[in-house]
Design a binder for this molecule. Structure first.
Ligand code: PEP
Ligand code: MG
Length: 328
């Protein structure tokens, strides 16, 4: 099977009825970028910039950040890279940076982390903004913000980047040709502000790891709950379908960058509810491409429509049977 997946490296993820799906990889360190060539993925859909901070003994200064981003962009070449601004704080505390004390927070996942922290300690994000803007000189910079909960948070984060862009321009620095700004949808509340936010978004990326723990109020790291709520539940799939429809109607590209997209049955369901961009762990690219190439897009869309209208309790069982009958 492994050889069969490797053979898929150079074939595009297209369904049997000709529907193209974008399959990208998640990465976090420089060496992860090599996965692009190994898998033949369409780009890096989630570059977790906090990894550099987490593996470093001291705060990575702007030059070090800049060097990493530059190297990743060079490896990617013409393929897009989506840089997520740092998602630290909460349980990802940094010993050298007194930003948050995990022990002070009862619920670190719902605590002072990600964009919440970045907007308050904006010195960190300003440095990162300059590093990213300079690293992407002469090309397109894709930036996305984690844990956006209300539209104004996205606006503030984008304004901070634009301010830094102006600052660098004033000093005659070479800048990106385009900057595209996206939000992660991983806090359910943001779904209620999409009409406000979509007109200003260049793309939307759903972080299903955090989103599902917040939708079900179930800690993603608690093994006691691991089997209790399924990604293939009608609540999650209906939620995703609604968000996908809103984004698509507004002409905003929508994708999933959580682990859900790296599982064939889950990815099939995502495509069925209108999500055509997946960013997944590199090892999953082969199996996901194989699934897509055996799938009839029109048929899965119709089947998800049918199943979500009157959801069976065992959605996983129903989808497994459907896929089995059709050789997906
Ligand atoms: C997510 O929450 O789904 C996500 C992609 O971000 P992370 O796993 O880094 O929290
Ligand atoms: Mg997340």
């Amino acid at each position: 099977r492994r050889a069969a997946f490797a053979a898929l490296r150079d074939v595009p993820p297209v369904t049997i009825d000709g529907h193209r799906v974008t399959v990208m990889v998640n990465a976090g360190l420089r060496d992860d970028a090599a996965a692009l060539d190994l898998t033949g993925a369409d780009g890096i859909g989630l570059f977790r910039t906090e990894f550099q901070f987490l593996v470093s003994a001291t705060l990575p200064r702007r030059e070090r950040q800049h060097r990493l981003y530059r190297e990743v962009l060079e490896i990617a070449g013409t393929r897009p890279v989506v840089f997520r601004t740092i998602d630290i704080g909460g349980d990802k505390a940094l010993p050298y940076l007194k930003v948050a004390d995990a022990a002070d927070e009862e619920n670190p996942a719902m605590g002072w982390r990600a964009l919440r922290l970045s907007l308050e300690r904006d010195g960190l994000m300003k440095v990162q903004a300059r590093a990213l803007l300079e690293a992407a000189a002469g090309r397109t910079l894709n930036v996305m913000f984690p844990m956006v909960s209300e539209a104004w948070e996205f606006d503030e984060a984008r304004a901070l980047f634009e301010e830094q862009r102006g600052w660098l321009a004033g000093r005659g620095k070479r800048l990106p040709d385009h900057v595209r700004y996206g939000a992660m949808l991983e806090v359910p509340a943001l779904a209620e502000q999409l009409d406000l936010l979509l007109p200003r978004l260049d793309f939307l990326s759903i972080g299903t790891n955090d989103l599902t723990q917040f939708l079900f109020a179930a800690d993603r790291a608690n093994p006691k709950l691991a089997d209790r709520y399924d990604w293939l539940s009608s609540s999650i799939l209906r939620f995703l379908r609604r968000v996908a429809a809103a984004a698509t109607a507004a002409g905003v590209p929508i994708g999933v960058c959580g682990e859900m997209g790296g599982r064939p049955l889950e990815a099939m369901a995502l495509i069925g509810v209108g999500i055509d961009r997946l960013s997944i762990t590199p090892a999953a690219v082969g199996p996901i491409k194989a699934m897509i190439r055996s799938l009839d897009h029109g048929a899965i869309v119709a089947e998800m429509e049918r199943l979500l209208a009157r959801p069976p309790r065992d959605m996983r069982g129903a989808l497994t049977a459907w896929a089995g009958e059709r050789g997906v």
